[in-house]
Write a protein that binds this ligand. Structure first.
Ligand code: FES
Ligand SMILES: [Fe+2]
Length: 349
């Protein structure tokens, strides 16, 4: 399967990788081993020894050297072979390494041309790092389905009214036409601004008692390949947004294989920021909703689609698909552009 290579993908949460414990994860069909050296700096290597293809994640650490468990080749952070117990160290023994960056509590990996990896192009998600510990909660699901099905799920939030009617839904999103905007910097935004409608069941419990009608907002900003910021909030009808209940989330999708996806999510809020119990209940509720309602639906969609291409099945398009279709077209463009640049470079080379 063809993936966009020159992009920052989320490989994991920063605290998933410690000096003691590395992380073996398949990303874009490639096995990757991420570990921290003694100084705590993160490195990512292809998790396949160049000798007889043993996973390096099964090896052991000797200081900063990753030692293959099978015949003892040793590798440094840039993938350089630094130890060969059986003969000379040569560059043919190097293993592929990937640029990594750490920002906003997230470990990012660049799966394409290392010369193009610029951490400044990572979406600004600094609200995650500035949140208090008791107002930050996160999670991970190993999802079954193509990553674009997971991305579609966030870009068409009318599904909340049907799939999550008792929590995230309630009807207002389906009654409101989304505003879809494509910005020059590549961000595609889908905003639902709801006027004088019912709050979602989840928000209702945080609003002042007897608040039955609200103005609310749900705003999704997407960047390639599948990084999304989702802001939602509500205030009694006619009230000001300044100081209103506001929740800032991320939903980030990284392909595992062509039919499975790493689903990372996190949430912060501007109320009850020191309330650990509230934080845990939000963490639990979100993990339950995503893993028992969204993920099974997407897995079932994928099963019905089999290995057929999404567009070849001629999906019926609804008004609510506008944002998701724009994003799919944008991804197709980026992937095609990357493939043609690669072909040009090959010809020149
Ligand atoms: S497979 Fe790694 S040293 Fe032989
Ligand atoms: Fe959902």
């Amino acid at each position: 399967m063809t993936y966009l290579r020159n992009a920052w993908y989320m490989a994991g949460w920063m605290d998933e990788v410690t000096v003691e414990h590395g992380l073996a994860r398949t990303l874009l069909d490639e096995p990757v081993y991420i570990y921290r050296d003694v100084a705590g700096e993160a490195h990512a290597l292809l998790d396949r020894c160049p000798h007889r293809f043993a996973p390096l994640s099964m090896g052991r650490r000797d200081g900063d050297v990753v030692v293959c468990a099978y015949h003892g080749l040793g590798f440094g952070g840039a993938g350089r072979c630094v130890r060969n117990p059986h003969g000379p160290v040569t560059r043919s023994l190097d293993v592929r390494s990937y640029p990594v960056a750490e920002a906003h509590r997230i470990l990012w990996i660049w799966m394409g041309d290392p010369a193009l990896a610029d951490p400044m192009s990572i979406m600004d998600l600094s609200f995650l790092s500035s949140a208090t510990e008791a107002s930050f909660n996160n999670g991970y699901i190993n999802g079954h389905g193509h990553y674009q099905l997971f991305v579609d799920n966030i870009l068409d939030l009318s599904h909340t009214d049907y799939l999550h009617p008792d929590t995230l839904g309630g009807g207002a999103i389906s009654r409101t036409r989304a505003k879809v905007m494509q910005r020059d910097d590549g961000v595609i935004s889908i905003y639902w601004h709801v006027v004088d409608d019912v709050p979602t069941p989840l928000f209702r419990q945080f609003l002042p008692e007897k608040t039955d009608r609200v103005d609310s907002w749900t705003e999704v900003d997407w960047t390639a390949p599948g990084v999304m910021k989702l802001v939602s909030g509500a205030v009694e009808t006619g009230g000001s947004r300044a100081g209103a209940l506001n929740v800032e989330n991320v939903h980030i999708f990284t392909p595992n294989t062509s039919v499975s996806t790493h689903y990372f999510f996190a949430s912060t809020r501007n109320f009850g920021v020191d309330n650990v119990t509230l934080n845990e209940s939000i963490r639990t509720a979100r993990a339950r909703i995503f893993s028992s309602e969204d993920e099974p639906m997407i897995a079932a969609q994928q099963q019905r689609m089999g290995d057929r291409d999404f567009w070849s099945l001629r999906p019926a398009l609804l008004r609510t698909d506008e944002g998701a279709v724009k994003v799919r077209r944008r991804m197709d463009e980026l992937i095609a552009r990357e493939a043609s640049e690669l072909a040009i470079n090959r010809n020149i080379g």
